[in-house]
Design a protein around this ligand. Structure first.
Ligand code: NAP
Length: 314
Protein backbone atom coordinates (compact mmCIF):
# COMPACT_ATOMS: atom_id res chain seq x y z
CA UNK A 1 0.00 0.00 0.00
CA UNK A 2 1.29 3.48 -0.93
CA UNK A 3 1.98 5.99 1.86
CA UNK A 4 -0.79 8.57 2.13
CA UNK A 5 -0.39 12.35 2.17
CA UNK A 6 -3.50 14.37 2.96
CA UNK A 7 -4.46 17.47 0.96
CA UNK A 8 -6.20 19.94 3.27
CA UNK A 9 -7.92 22.16 0.72
CA UNK A 10 -10.43 24.97 1.06
CA UNK A 11 -11.42 24.65 -2.61
CA UNK A 12 -14.67 22.85 -3.36
CA UNK A 13 -16.24 21.19 -6.40
CA UNK A 14 -14.38 21.02 -9.70
CA UNK A 15 -11.31 23.08 -8.60
CA UNK A 16 -10.86 20.73 -5.63
CA UNK A 17 -11.02 17.68 -7.90
CA UNK A 18 -8.58 19.32 -10.32
CA UNK A 19 -6.10 19.91 -7.47
CA UNK A 20 -6.34 16.29 -6.35
CA UNK A 21 -5.82 15.06 -9.92
CA UNK A 22 -2.82 17.34 -10.52
CA UNK A 23 -1.15 16.45 -7.21
CA UNK A 24 -1.79 12.71 -7.67
CA UNK A 25 -0.35 12.81 -11.17
CA UNK A 26 2.77 14.65 -9.95
CA UNK A 27 3.27 12.27 -6.99
CA UNK A 28 2.20 8.83 -8.23
CA UNK A 29 4.31 7.02 -5.59
CA UNK A 30 2.03 8.26 -2.76
CA UNK A 31 -1.74 8.42 -2.40
CA UNK A 32 -3.04 11.97 -2.14
CA UNK A 33 -6.12 11.68 0.06
CA UNK A 34 -8.71 13.64 2.00
CA UNK A 35 -8.01 14.16 5.70
CA UNK A 36 -11.07 12.04 6.58
CA UNK A 37 -9.67 9.10 4.62
CA UNK A 38 -6.72 8.74 7.01
CA UNK A 39 -7.13 6.15 9.76
CA UNK A 40 -6.53 7.17 13.37
CA UNK A 41 -3.06 5.58 13.19
CA UNK A 42 -2.23 7.33 9.90
CA UNK A 43 -3.27 10.67 11.44
CA UNK A 44 -0.87 10.01 14.33
CA UNK A 45 1.96 9.13 11.94
CA UNK A 46 1.36 11.87 9.38
CA UNK A 47 4.40 14.19 9.11
CA UNK A 48 3.59 16.20 5.99
CA UNK A 49 0.41 17.62 4.48
CA UNK A 50 -0.33 19.64 1.36
CA UNK A 51 -2.55 22.61 2.15
CA UNK A 52 -4.25 25.81 1.09
CA UNK A 53 -5.68 27.58 4.16
CA UNK A 54 -6.91 24.77 6.43
CA UNK A 55 -8.64 25.62 9.72
CA UNK A 56 -6.72 24.88 12.92
CA UNK A 57 -9.26 22.14 13.69
CA UNK A 58 -7.98 20.15 10.69
CA UNK A 59 -4.29 20.69 11.43
CA UNK A 60 -4.91 19.68 15.05
CA UNK A 61 -5.98 16.21 13.87
CA UNK A 62 -2.37 15.61 12.77
CA UNK A 63 -0.46 15.95 16.07
CA UNK A 64 2.92 14.82 14.66
CA UNK A 65 2.87 16.98 11.56
CA UNK A 66 6.37 18.39 10.91
CA UNK A 67 5.63 20.53 7.88
CA UNK A 68 2.99 21.63 5.42
CA UNK A 69 3.45 22.57 1.78
CA UNK A 70 1.13 25.35 0.64
CA UNK A 71 0.06 25.39 -2.99
CA UNK A 72 -0.10 29.18 -2.75
CA UNK A 73 2.66 31.82 -2.75
CA UNK A 74 1.09 34.06 -0.07
CA UNK A 75 0.86 32.26 3.27
CA UNK A 76 -0.05 35.01 5.76
CA UNK A 77 -3.39 33.37 6.68
CA UNK A 78 -1.73 29.99 7.18
CA UNK A 79 0.98 31.59 9.35
CA UNK A 80 -1.74 33.20 11.43
CA UNK A 81 -3.53 29.85 11.83
CA UNK A 82 -0.33 28.06 12.83
CA UNK A 83 0.62 30.79 15.31
CA UNK A 84 3.74 30.02 17.33
CA UNK A 85 3.59 26.23 16.85
CA UNK A 86 6.84 24.65 15.57
CA UNK A 87 5.10 23.52 12.37
CA UNK A 88 7.17 24.49 9.31
CA UNK A 89 5.47 26.09 6.31
CA UNK A 90 6.78 25.81 2.76
CA UNK A 91 5.14 28.21 0.32
CA UNK A 92 4.86 27.83 -3.45
CA UNK A 93 7.80 29.25 -5.38
CA UNK A 94 6.92 28.61 -9.00
CA UNK A 95 8.68 30.21 -11.99
CA UNK A 96 5.42 29.77 -13.92
CA UNK A 97 3.62 31.90 -11.32
CA UNK A 98 6.35 34.55 -11.57
CA UNK A 99 5.97 34.54 -15.36
CA UNK A 100 2.20 34.99 -15.06
CA UNK A 101 2.64 37.81 -12.56
CA UNK A 102 5.23 39.52 -14.75
CA UNK A 103 2.75 39.40 -17.64
CA UNK A 104 0.03 40.92 -15.43
CA UNK A 105 2.33 43.69 -14.19
CA UNK A 106 3.33 44.54 -17.74
CA UNK A 107 -0.29 44.44 -18.97
CA UNK A 108 -1.68 46.71 -16.26
CA UNK A 109 1.33 49.04 -16.33
CA UNK A 110 0.71 49.53 -20.05
CA UNK A 111 -3.00 50.04 -19.30
CA UNK A 112 -2.04 52.97 -17.08
CA UNK A 113 0.86 54.17 -19.22
CA UNK A 114 -1.36 54.35 -22.34
CA UNK A 115 -4.19 56.15 -20.45
CA UNK A 116 -6.73 53.42 -21.08
CA UNK A 117 -8.93 54.33 -18.07
CA UNK A 118 -9.21 57.90 -19.37
CA UNK A 119 -10.00 56.79 -22.93
CA UNK A 120 -12.69 54.46 -21.57
CA UNK A 121 -14.27 57.39 -19.73
CA UNK A 122 -14.00 59.59 -22.83
CA UNK A 123 -15.78 56.96 -24.93
CA UNK A 124 -18.64 56.85 -22.44
CA UNK A 125 -19.01 60.62 -22.94
CA UNK A 126 -18.33 60.45 -26.72
CA UNK A 127 -15.23 62.65 -26.44
CA UNK A 128 -12.69 62.39 -29.29
CA UNK A 129 -9.46 63.71 -27.83
CA UNK A 130 -5.97 62.23 -27.79
CA UNK A 131 -3.66 62.59 -24.82
CA UNK A 132 0.01 63.57 -25.06
CA UNK A 133 2.24 60.54 -25.53
CA UNK A 134 5.28 59.89 -23.35
CA UNK A 135 7.72 57.10 -24.15
CA UNK A 136 8.16 54.35 -21.50
CA UNK A 137 11.76 55.35 -20.81
CA UNK A 138 10.52 58.74 -19.61
CA UNK A 139 8.35 57.09 -16.93
CA UNK A 140 9.58 55.49 -13.73
CA UNK A 141 7.86 52.40 -12.39
CA UNK A 142 8.61 51.58 -8.76
CA UNK A 143 8.22 47.99 -7.60
CA UNK A 144 7.56 47.43 -3.91
CA UNK A 145 8.94 43.97 -3.17
CA UNK A 146 11.83 42.55 -5.20
CA UNK A 147 11.26 38.87 -4.44
CA UNK A 148 10.29 36.05 -6.79
CA UNK A 149 7.44 38.01 -8.34
CA UNK A 150 8.93 41.52 -8.11
CA UNK A 151 12.13 40.52 -9.91
CA UNK A 152 10.22 38.76 -12.70
CA UNK A 153 8.03 41.87 -13.07
CA UNK A 154 11.14 44.07 -13.18
CA UNK A 155 12.55 42.02 -16.06
CA UNK A 156 9.31 42.38 -18.06
CA UNK A 157 9.13 46.14 -17.44
CA UNK A 158 12.80 46.64 -18.34
CA UNK A 159 12.21 44.80 -21.62
CA UNK A 160 9.37 47.25 -22.30
CA UNK A 161 11.84 50.15 -21.74
CA UNK A 162 10.41 51.62 -18.53
CA UNK A 163 12.76 53.26 -16.05
CA UNK A 164 12.72 51.15 -12.93
CA UNK A 165 13.30 51.41 -9.24
CA UNK A 166 12.56 48.81 -6.61
CA UNK A 167 12.29 48.48 -2.85
CA UNK A 168 13.02 45.55 -0.58
CA UNK A 169 14.10 44.78 2.95
CA UNK A 170 17.67 43.80 2.02
CA UNK A 171 19.22 45.91 -0.74
CA UNK A 172 19.32 44.17 -4.10
CA UNK A 173 21.69 44.64 -7.01
CA UNK A 174 19.69 44.25 -10.22
CA UNK A 175 21.07 45.63 -13.49
CA UNK A 176 18.82 48.42 -14.76
CA UNK A 177 16.95 48.82 -11.46
CA UNK A 178 17.69 51.58 -8.97
CA UNK A 179 17.45 49.63 -5.74
CA UNK A 180 16.18 51.08 -2.47
CA UNK A 181 16.00 49.24 0.84
CA UNK A 182 14.46 49.57 4.27
CA UNK A 183 11.84 51.84 5.78
CA UNK A 184 13.98 55.00 5.53
CA UNK A 185 14.27 54.69 1.73
CA UNK A 186 10.60 54.16 0.92
CA UNK A 187 9.53 57.81 0.65
CA UNK A 188 12.64 58.84 -1.38
CA UNK A 189 11.84 56.06 -3.84
CA UNK A 190 8.14 56.89 -4.05
CA UNK A 191 8.98 60.53 -4.84
CA UNK A 192 10.39 59.31 -8.19
CA UNK A 193 7.56 56.98 -9.23
CA UNK A 194 5.00 57.62 -11.97
CA UNK A 195 3.55 54.15 -11.43
CA UNK A 196 3.90 52.08 -8.23
CA UNK A 197 3.44 48.31 -8.32
CA UNK A 198 2.95 46.61 -4.96
CA UNK A 199 4.22 43.03 -4.82
CA UNK A 200 4.87 42.85 -1.09
CA UNK A 201 3.76 40.05 1.23
CA UNK A 202 1.37 40.95 4.05
CA UNK A 203 3.32 41.08 7.32
CA UNK A 204 3.21 43.12 10.54
CA UNK A 205 5.54 45.62 8.83
CA UNK A 206 3.63 45.92 5.56
CA UNK A 207 0.10 46.06 7.06
CA UNK A 208 -1.21 49.58 6.28
CA UNK A 209 2.18 50.53 4.81
CA UNK A 210 0.73 52.60 1.97
CA UNK A 211 -1.07 55.46 3.68
CA UNK A 212 -1.31 59.26 3.51
CA UNK A 213 2.42 59.99 3.95
CA UNK A 214 3.33 57.51 1.22
CA UNK A 215 0.69 58.79 -1.21
CA UNK A 216 1.78 62.37 -0.49
CA UNK A 217 5.37 61.45 -1.33
CA UNK A 218 4.35 60.46 -4.87
CA UNK A 219 4.43 62.98 -7.73
CA UNK A 220 0.93 64.37 -8.31
CA UNK A 221 -0.91 62.20 -10.84
CA UNK A 222 1.00 59.02 -10.03
CA UNK A 223 -0.78 55.70 -10.45
CA UNK A 224 -0.91 52.55 -8.33
CA UNK A 225 -1.20 48.83 -8.96
CA UNK A 226 -1.74 46.54 -5.97
CA UNK A 227 -1.11 42.87 -6.70
CA UNK A 228 0.25 42.09 -3.19
CA UNK A 229 -2.42 42.01 -0.49
CA UNK A 230 -5.33 44.38 0.24
CA UNK A 231 -4.39 45.15 3.83
CA UNK A 232 -1.07 46.69 2.72
CA UNK A 233 -3.11 49.73 1.64
CA UNK A 234 -4.90 52.08 4.02
CA UNK A 235 -8.18 52.24 2.05
CA UNK A 236 -9.35 55.55 3.54
CA UNK A 237 -6.04 57.21 2.67
CA UNK A 238 -6.24 55.75 -0.84
CA UNK A 239 -9.74 57.09 -1.36
CA UNK A 240 -8.64 60.54 -0.21
CA UNK A 241 -5.57 60.51 -2.47
CA UNK A 242 -7.79 59.55 -5.43
CA UNK A 243 -10.47 62.12 -4.60
CA UNK A 244 -7.83 64.84 -4.26
CA UNK A 245 -6.31 63.73 -7.62
CA UNK A 246 -2.97 63.16 -5.90
CA UNK A 247 -3.32 59.68 -7.35
CA UNK A 248 -4.70 59.51 -10.87
CA UNK A 249 -5.77 55.86 -10.91
CA UNK A 250 -5.47 52.65 -8.90
CA UNK A 251 -5.66 49.10 -10.24
CA UNK A 252 -6.64 46.89 -7.30
CA UNK A 253 -6.56 43.10 -7.54
CA UNK A 254 -6.51 42.32 -3.82
CA UNK A 255 -8.71 43.58 -0.99
CA UNK A 256 -8.99 43.34 2.78
CA UNK A 257 -12.21 41.35 2.26
CA UNK A 258 -12.54 39.09 -0.78
CA UNK A 259 -14.73 38.93 -2.74
CA UNK A 260 -14.96 42.73 -2.46
CA UNK A 261 -18.37 43.40 -0.83
CA UNK A 262 -20.87 45.11 -3.15
CA UNK A 263 -21.18 48.16 -0.87
CA UNK A 264 -17.47 49.01 -1.02
CA UNK A 265 -16.54 52.36 -2.58
CA UNK A 266 -13.88 50.89 -4.89
CA UNK A 267 -16.56 49.33 -7.16
CA UNK A 268 -18.00 52.72 -8.10
CA UNK A 269 -14.95 54.99 -7.99
CA UNK A 270 -14.24 56.38 -11.48
CA UNK A 271 -10.49 56.19 -10.91
CA UNK A 272 -10.32 52.63 -9.62
CA UNK A 273 -10.08 49.44 -11.67
CA UNK A 274 -11.29 46.47 -9.62
CA UNK A 275 -9.90 43.04 -10.47
CA UNK A 276 -11.08 39.80 -8.79
CA UNK A 277 -7.69 38.59 -7.44
CA UNK A 278 -6.77 37.33 -10.89
CA UNK A 279 -3.28 38.79 -11.46
CA UNK A 280 -1.42 35.50 -11.13
CA UNK A 281 -3.55 32.41 -10.61
CA UNK A 282 -1.64 29.30 -9.55
CA UNK A 283 -1.09 26.81 -12.36
CA UNK A 284 -2.17 23.53 -10.77
CA UNK A 285 0.08 21.38 -12.96
CA UNK A 286 3.31 23.32 -12.47
CA UNK A 287 2.55 23.95 -8.78
CA UNK A 288 1.93 20.23 -8.20
CA UNK A 289 5.26 19.32 -9.83
CA UNK A 290 7.05 21.74 -7.49
CA UNK A 291 5.20 20.42 -4.44
CA UNK A 292 6.07 16.87 -5.55
CA UNK A 293 9.76 17.69 -5.99
CA UNK A 294 9.97 19.27 -2.53
CA UNK A 295 8.18 16.34 -0.88
CA UNK A 296 10.39 13.81 -2.70
CA UNK A 297 13.49 15.72 -1.63
CA UNK A 298 12.35 15.60 1.99
CA UNK A 299 11.46 11.88 1.76
CA UNK A 300 14.94 11.05 0.46
CA UNK A 301 17.09 13.50 2.47
CA UNK A 302 14.98 14.65 5.42
CA UNK A 303 15.66 18.23 4.33
CA UNK A 304 12.72 20.66 4.05
CA UNK A 305 13.44 23.12 1.25
CA UNK A 306 12.35 26.73 1.36
CA UNK A 307 10.38 26.95 4.57
CA UNK A 308 8.95 30.35 5.36
CA UNK A 309 10.77 32.47 7.93
CA UNK A 310 8.10 32.80 10.62
CA UNK A 311 10.02 35.59 12.41
CA UNK A 312 10.25 37.96 9.44
CA UNK A 313 6.73 36.86 8.41
CA UNK A 314 7.23 35.82 4.77
P1 NAP B 1 8.92 36.97 -1.87
O1 NAP B 1 9.76 36.23 -2.86
O2 NAP B 1 8.95 36.54 -0.43
O3 NAP B 1 9.32 38.51 -1.97
C1 NAP B 1 8.84 39.47 -1.07
C2 NAP B 1 9.59 40.77 -1.30
O4 NAP B 1 9.04 41.76 -0.43
C3 NAP B 1 11.08 40.66 -0.96
O5 NAP B 1 11.84 41.39 -1.89
C4 NAP B 1 11.17 41.30 0.41
O6 NAP B 1 12.43 41.89 0.72
C5 NAP B 1 10.12 42.38 0.30
N1 NAP B 1 9.64 42.80 1.62
C6 NAP B 1 8.95 42.10 2.52
N2 NAP B 1 8.72 42.83 3.63
C7 NAP B 1 9.30 44.05 3.40
C8 NAP B 1 9.43 45.24 4.16
N3 NAP B 1 8.91 45.34 5.39
N4 NAP B 1 10.11 46.27 3.62
C9 NAP B 1 10.65 46.17 2.38
N5 NAP B 1 10.57 45.08 1.60
C10 NAP B 1 9.89 44.02 2.12
O7 NAP B 1 7.38 36.94 -2.30
P2 NAP B 1 6.78 36.75 -3.77
O8 NAP B 1 6.78 35.33 -4.16
O9 NAP B 1 7.45 37.73 -4.68
O10 NAP B 1 5.24 37.17 -3.52
C11 NAP B 1 4.90 38.45 -3.02
C12 NAP B 1 3.41 38.49 -2.68
O11 NAP B 1 2.62 38.52 -3.86
C13 NAP B 1 2.87 37.26 -1.94
O12 NAP B 1 3.19 37.32 -0.57
C14 NAP B 1 1.38 37.39 -2.19
O13 NAP B 1 0.81 38.18 -1.16
C15 NAP B 1 1.30 38.17 -3.50
N6 NAP B 1 0.71 37.36 -4.59
C16 NAP B 1 -0.37 37.88 -5.25
C17 NAP B 1 -0.95 37.17 -6.30
C18 NAP B 1 -2.12 37.74 -7.06
O14 NAP B 1 -2.67 37.05 -7.93
N7 NAP B 1 -2.53 38.97 -6.79
C19 NAP B 1 -0.42 35.92 -6.67
C20 NAP B 1 0.67 35.43 -5.98
C21 NAP B 1 1.23 36.16 -4.94
P3 NAP B 1 13.78 41.00 0.78
O15 NAP B 1 14.03 40.54 -0.63
O16 NAP B 1 14.82 41.94 1.24
O17 NAP B 1 13.48 39.86 1.71
Amino acid sequence: MKPRIPFLATATGAPRQAWFAALQSALPEVEICELQQLTAVEKQQCQVAIVTNPPLSELAQLPNLIWVHSVWAGVETLMHTVGDSPLKIVRLIDPMLAETMAEAVLAWTLYLHRDMPAYRQQQQRQIWQSKPYRRPHSKTVGILGLGQLGQAAAAALLAANFKLCGWSQQRKSIPGVQCFAGASELLPMLSQCDIVVCLLPLTIDTHGLLSTAQFNALPTGAQLINFGRGQIIDDDALRLALDQRKLQHAVLDVFATEPLPVDQWQWQHPNVTVLPHCAAPTDKTSASLIVAANIRHWLSTGVIEGNVNLVRGY
